[in-house]
Design a protein around this ligand. Structure first.
Ligand code: GCB
Length: 602
């Protein structure tokens, strides 16, 4: 290769790195409480094109083209050459997942192009943002033929400033969504849930004043139940801007003044009634500046660990939980309505839960808000799952960005008590470095919550079970997914094991469980029957009561049977993970009642 060609290549590489940095940066910071701002919904029926070869993005030499489908050229097909046409393409609902919308896309993983036209009437002095609550996985957004930005990660929101791209009258919004699994993505290409593709959550057009309240956080200061820590971030990076935070019911009104970065903070004395599962009290809060105002409903609580206990509001709490995937009851696609959130959370309440583990990725914002209103504590998690490529910097950056987006979106939710940074990851130095950096970052960003991750057992012998994980020093709660009686022996084994866990930290069982087909009956030792699963629950709960010493909470796996392409056993699994205590069709299995009775006895 000549020197000139190398220099050229390096220059191209540099420019593309620069443009990546630009777009990644543009998608954050996140707008806090977007649903509380002036916005219009762009949900509805969008035209779509299925593009497995990404013809709309690359030319025939596989170079990104400047004249792709995103241009949405409105031309006369008879006189002008063009090989796509959104106007005559079919439509699909947004939010939605293409897999359950169209039979021929059920197992499709790749690119779809979406187009939505909308009318816009400009208002002087307004900034305009596009907000995507979630699109799986790799999303590129174009407005009127120009790139507005891009985002990687299927379960966290992002916003793009389109003030300079939006125009009066008709606008063309084109979105390329690619859900091809990749070994170096987060999650990696191998995971035990269904890879629903598409624009799976709301799309909003948000109108803001020139300088607006970017974000705020109002929570009890760590370690205190009578000092509120108030923080606000203005979009304009100037000193001396005033932000007022008012909580009328507490007679709190405080004026904050920004520093040169647009950030302001204050501490204020107050004695709120504390949010708890029994009394999920929320206060109306108003945040206002010279140009902007937003209201929210916020709860206040303290959460800490004391030795091997978790303390909520100064009292030890046992977490009665259940793990949940964000998959709709009855129809088994990605959740896309508040009613579907409600069904899942109502089932958790019916079980007697005070806590839900929203696995294995951040669920939609309304789900967390609804859980908060219903008195359910939330464990929130990023999809750092199984065999992540620990040694690659860009994989770490991706995980870190998803962690930031998760925290920024839900930093005001009183019910979120744990940021979970991983699930069942293989031990090793590269992994420890990766995860400890995530843990440190989460702690620095938010010291008002606890850090955990779902670990694996690392037993002392076949019957002496243990957890020995270097990461235990970085987390507040040691959590373990343990499957004695399923992946490890039959359910009779549960009676024979004992536990030796030596950490002076709370221990949670983030998962246990076994598969059962609703309506399939037999002996308690016959796997896949409801009886087997119920017996596994009975024995595990007895083990917790009598032989585990100390456990601060559990979230059995899992609320409802869910789709997974890893689950192939005919007539039993048929593409579903059957560990639900409720079936994919909404039928409660025997284990549901075993767990419910145990929760009601505690
Ligand atoms: C696990 C994983 C979960 C799986 C579950 C299972 O430990 O964390 O994602 O679905 O086991 O059913 O095997």
């Amino acid at each position: 290769m000549t020197f000139k060609r190398t220099a050229l290549l390096l220059a191209v590489l540099f420019i593309s790195l620069l443009s990546f940095a630009q777009t990644a940066k543009d998608a954050r910071p996140l707008l806090q409480n977007v649903y509380g701002r002036a916005h219009s919904s762009l949900n509805g029926y969008w035209n779509y094109l299925v593009d497995p070869l990404e013809t709309g993005y690359y030319d025939y030499r596989r170079r990104p083209t400047s004249d792709g489908f995103f241009k949405d050229h409105q031309v006369d097909n008879i006189k002008t050459y063009k090989e796509y046409d959104f106007d005559t393409s079919p439509v699909m609902p947004v939010p939605g997942d293409w897999n359950t919308f169209a039979d021929n896309l059920f197992l499709y993983e790749g690119t779809l192009w979406f187009r939505r036209q909308f009318q816009y009437v400009p208002k002087a002095g307004t900034r305009v943002y596009l907000y995507f609550a979630g699109a799986n996985y790799d999303t590129k957004v174009y407005l009127n033929g120009e790139k507005a930005g891009e985002h990687e990660g299927g379960y966290t929101p992002f916003n793009l400033d389109v003030t300079d791209l939006v125009k009066p009258g008709r606008n063309s919004l084109v979105v390329k969504v690619d859900d091809k699994r990749r070994a170096d993505a987060v999650p990696t290409n191998n995971f035990d849930w269904f890879n629903y593709g598409g624009i799976t959550r709301d799309v909003l057009l948000v109108e803001l004043p020139q300088t607006f309240i970017q974000s705020y956080k109002v929570q009890l200061k760590k370690g205190s139940d009578n000092v509120l820590e108030m923080k606000a971030w203005m979009s304009g990076k100037q000193a001396g801007q005033k932000v007022e935070i008012e909580i009328p019911e507490l007679k709190v009104k405080r004026s904050l003044v920004t520093d040169a970065t647009g950030y302001a903070s204050a501490e204020v004395k107050a004695t709120p009634k504390l949010w708890s599962p029994e009394n999920p009290k929320l206060y109306a809060v108003k945040i206002s500046s010279a140009t902007d105002a937003v209201t929210d409903e916020l709860g206040f609580r303290t959460i800490e660990t004391r030795g091997r206990e978790i303390w909520l509001n100064g009292k030890s709490i046992f977490l009665k939980g259940i793990s949940i995937h964000e998959e709709a009851a009855f129809r088994n696609g990605r959740v896309f309505s508040a009613e579907e959130d409600l069904t899942l959370l109502s089932w958790a309440k019916e079980l007697g839960c005070n806590y839900v583990r929203l696995a294995h990725y951040p669920h939609n914002e309304q789900m967390v808000r609804l859980a908060e209103k219903m008195g359910l504590l939330v464990w929130s998690e990023i999809p750092v799952y199984w065999t992540i490529h620990w040694e690659k910097d860009y994989v770490f950056e991706n995980a870190l960005n998803q962690l930031d987006e998760m925290i920024e979106r839900d930093q005001n939710r009183a019910n979120v008590f744990v940021w979970s940074i991983a699930n069942e990851t293989p031990h090793g130095d590269a992994r420890d470095k990766f995860l400890s950096s995530l843990a440190r970052h989460a702690r620095e960003k938010d010291d008002t919550r606890l850090i955990s991750m779902a670990m694996e057992r690392n037993d002392k012998s076949k019957e002496v079970l243990s957890i020995r994980d270097n990461m235990s020093q970085y987390v507040d709660i040691v959590s373990v997914n343990q499957y004695v009686g399923w992946y490890d022996g039959l359910n009779e084994k549960i009676d024979r094991v004992r536990w030796e866990v030596d950490y002076d930290k709370p221990l949670m069982i983030s998962e246990f469980g076994g598969g059962a087909v609703a309506g399939y009956h037999g002996e308690a030792n016959q796997i896949w029957t409801e009886e087997y699963q119920a017996e596994l629950y009975r024995k595990t709960l007895k083990m917790i009561d009598e032989r585990m010493g100390y456990v601060a909470g559990i979230s059995p796996w899992v609320l409802k049977d869910f789709r997974s392409s890893r689950r192939l056993l005919p007539n039993i699994q048929d593409g579903f993970n059957r560990k639900g205590v409720i079936s994919d069709r909404g039928l409660r299995k025997q284990a549901f009642y075993v767990l419910r009775d145990w929760y009601s006895s505690r």
